[in-house]
Design a protein around this ligand. Sequence first.
Ligand SMILES: [Zn+2]
Length: 299
Amino acid sequence: MSRSASSRANRRGEPPPSPEPLARPAIDSHTHLDIVVGERPAHGAGDEGWPDEADVDAEIAAAVAVGVPRLVQVGVDVPSSRWSAALAERHPNVLAAVGVHPNEAGAGAADEAALAEIDRLAALPRVRAVGETGLDRFRTGPEGWSAQEASFRAHIRIAKRHGVALVIHDRDAHDEILRVLEDEGAPEHTVFHCFSGDVAFAKACVERGYVLSFAGTLTFGNAGYLRDAAALTPVEQLLVETDSPFLTPMPHRGRPNASRLVPLTVRALSEVLGVELEELCTALTANAERVFGSWEERT
Ligand SMILES: [Zn+2]
């Protein structure tokens, strides 16, 4: 079987069919196309198993077709960060974020050589964010916490050095993350990817000028606290994302996610906020361009 024939038949199966297109363009502020399209495990796959360009381009085209022409492809380790930067360089619909994921960092992956490579990649013109970085106190046990925090601090410094956004992964670590951001000084554009806090934490983030990016979790039946958090966030501090292939919105929860499912989350957000859909899409695009810069520009 050829690579392209086999790569979509991965063990996760096909993402669900595309929803009705949006009338105005929106964005996917956080996707892992290398995992959506390829056979790569989520983390630590090294340089093996990259998907075919044609398969990646087809998935991006499917997102464009439903009104999602701006994607941020996010690295989780050095190899996927290099791949993300290269994809953004060749594809006009994609910008990149580069970083070592907190769970990788907690296991010792954010060593000096890795951080030097993230720093080098962060200088590239189509790399507009550093991350995902942050703290994960769910998957990483106490023995990895100091390495994780050291990596988070290093990523904050790299983002500030290059004047790019910071993309934060926060799992069960809300207060610790605020503490580190306060201590280091947050970059101008700081994004909480897949925002997972309640009203009180959303308020704390909003007050500090951070941007909250909501994923498919917003549509889950048991996520009333997230909808309450979104409802109090000013529209100009909101982004949407898939974190695909994870966190698939309803009614497809449990199947693989893809950027072309963003309209489901945008529609849910529009209802939660009581903001008209087209107006919300315009605002989300403007926010994404303020945080990550223009997709059209090469520098
Ligand atoms: Zn992610």
